[in-house]
Write a protein that binds this ligand. Structure first.
Ligand SMILES: Nc1ncnc2c1ncn2[C@@H]1O[C@H](COP(=O)(O)OP(=O)(O)O)[C@@H](O)[C@H]1O
Ligand SMILES: [Mg+2]
Length: 233
C-alpha cells in the first residue's frame, strides 16, 4: 500500500513551451508527492494537455526542467519516459479499434513485458466480460477503462490522465472515481479534470491553470472540499 509521503516523485520547474512561434506554457512549476492524487483544472486552451505531453516526452520544451524520481527526464523521448514508469493516457481515448480488447491488452503486455492482467482487470471487472469484443465497439467509458488498464501494465509509479471522464455518463464517472481511489493505493496519479465535484472528491492537491500559467495551488483539505479552485477558472 502506497502512503502519501513528502518524497517528490515529479518536479516541474519553470517550464516554457511553444508550438512554433505560439508560446503556450509560461514558467509552469508543479510538484507531485509520491502517493498523491493531484488534479489540474482550467478552461479549454489553458495548456493542460501541452503540459502533460511535455512531461511525457512528446513535445520539446523551450526551457525549464522536469524531474521524475529525482532523475532529469526533460530531454528524454516518450518511450524512455514510459519505460522509467511514467505513463500518459491521452485525451483522445484512442484504442486499436479493429482489435479485440484482449489483443489491445496483449500489445500493452508486449510493450511492458507484463503479462499479468489479473491486477489491472481487478479495477475494472466489466472489462473481464468484454475481452473478446472489438475495441471499436466499446462505449466511451469502457474504452477509457481499457486505456487505463493498458497504462497500468508494467506497474508504473506515476500515471498522467488527460480528462479521463470527459463525455462520460454520471454512473460511469462514479465507477471510474472508485477505480481511481483503488489505483491510487499503488500508483501516484495526476489527473486533468473538468468535473469539479469529482476533483474535490479525489484530489489532495489542485493546480489551476489559466492562459498557460499556474495561477493557484490548493492543498488545504477543506478548501478542496469547498471547491475554492472554482474561482480561478
Ligand atoms: N499541435 C498544436 N499546434 C499549435 N497550437 C496548439 C497545438 N496544440 C495545442 N495548441 C494550442 O495551445 C494552447 C493550449 O492547448 P492545450 O494544451 O490543448 O490546452 P488544454 O488541454 O488546457 O485545453 C491552445 O491555444 C491551443 O490552441
Ligand atoms: Mg486538453
Amino acid at each position: 500500500m502506497l502512503s502519501k509521503t513528502n518524497e517528490k516523485i515529479l518536479v516541474v520547474q519553470n517550464l516554457n513551451v511553444s508550438y512554433q512561434k505560439l508560446k503556450v506554457l509560461f514558467d509552469v512549476s508543479i510538484e507531485v508527492n509520491t502517493g498523491e492524487v493531484v488534479a489540474i483544472v482550467g478552461r479549454n486552451g489553458a495548456g493542460k494537455t501541452t503540459l502533460f505531453r511535455t512531461i511525457a516526452g512528446f513535445i520539446k520544451k523551450d526551457s525549464g526542467s522536469i524531474f521524475f524520481k529525482s532523475k532529469d527526464i526533460g530531454s528524454l523521448p516518450a518511450y524512455e519516459v514510459a519505460q522509467l514508469g511514467l505513463k500518459y493516457i491521452p485525451q483522445d481515448k484512442q484504442v486499436f479499434s479493429d482489435l479485440e480488447v484482449r489483443e489491445n491488452l496483449e500489445l500493452g503486455s508486449y510493450a511492458t513485458k507484463d503479462y499479468n492482467w489479473d491486477v489491472v482487470l481487478e479495477y475494472f471487472p466489466k472489462l473481464k466480460t468484454l475481452l473478446k469484443r472489438k475495441a471499436g465497439h466499446l462505449s466511451g467509458g469502457e474504452r477509457q477503462m481499457l486505456l487505463i488498464a493498458m497504462a497500468l501494465l508494467g506497474n508504473p509509479e506515476l500515471v498522467l490522465m488527460d480528462e479521463p471522464t470527459e463525455g462520460l455518463a454520471p454512473h460511469v464517472i462514479n465507477d471510474l472515481s472508485h477505480a481511481f481511489k483503488e489505483i491510487n493505493k499503488k500508483t501516484t496519479l495526476v489527473i486533468i479534470e473538468q468535473n469539479l465535484p469529482l476533483t474535490a472528491e479525489i484530489a489532495n492537491r489542485v493546480y489551476s491553470m489559466k492562459e498557460g500559467k499556474i495561477i493557484a495551488e490548493t492543498v488545504d483539505k477543506d478548501d478542496i472540499k469547498k471547491m475554492v479552485f472554482e474561482k480561478y477558472l
